[in-house]
Design a protein around this ligand. Structure first.
Ligand code: ZN
Length: 194
């Protein structure tokens, strides 16, 4: 599985809820977990791998040998946010870019688990940051959208480089064009969300 980089349009797409938990979805979740570990991430949202659906995975340790820390969130809703914290964030869709982001210190989140049951969790500190980062992805929001103007200014050259890389990849056919991406999003929404 390939992790799509900024500014791929699927990263700015508002993901739709999943309508059924079937083998296709379970296979996708297994692949996403594997991809997250492969790239040493602590979280991964479905649209980062091209699927425009409400799904993300998390393991705050980033260690595949600690599956007890592995969580799957289908159709998540953040019910409560409390407090404030600033934490340094990175993102697999923004390789080698890190910045401080201000977020809630505690979140309560409800979602569907992989067995179809409803799960409700409270997260604090680092996992709360991860949950909010991934939840943002599903709403088409990237962590750079949460930065102060000063922080954004500090990473402007890295962002410009990612844009140049993306445009080059599209020209060379390594990454689908915006038009093809739109078509693929519509096809996948039909498969997972209807
Ligand atoms: Zn991210």
């Amino acid at each position: 599985m390939k992790v799509l980089s900024y500014p791929n349009p699927v990263l700015f797409h508002k993901c739709k809820p999943v309508t059924s938990i079937n083998q296709q979805l379970r296979d996708l979740i297994a692949e996403m977990l594997q991809t997250m570990y492969e790239f040493r991430g602590v979280g991964l949202a479905a649209n980062q791998v091209g699927y425009p659906i409400q799904l993300f995975v998390m393991n705050e340790t980033g260690d595949f040998e600690k599956p007890e820390n592995e969580y799957v969130f289908i159709n998540p809703v953040i019910l409560k946010r409390k407090g404030n914290q600033v934490d340094q964030e990175g993102c697999l869709s923004f390789p080698e870019i890190y910045a401080n982001v201000n977020r809630a210190e505690l979140v309560e989140i409800e979602s569907i688990a992989i067995d179809g049951s409803i799960q409700k969790f409270q997260w604090k500190d680092r996992p709360a940051t991860i949950v909010q980062h991934e939840y943002d992805h599903l709403n088409g929001i990237c962590f750079v959208d949460r930065l102060s103007e000063l922080s954004l200014h500090e990473i402007r050259e890295e962002l410009a480089d990612l844009k140049i890389n993306y445009e080059g990849d599209v020209r060379l056919g390594f990454t689908p064009s915006a038009e093809e991406t739109k078509k693929r999003i519509a096809d996948l929404e039909k498969q997972f969300c209807e």
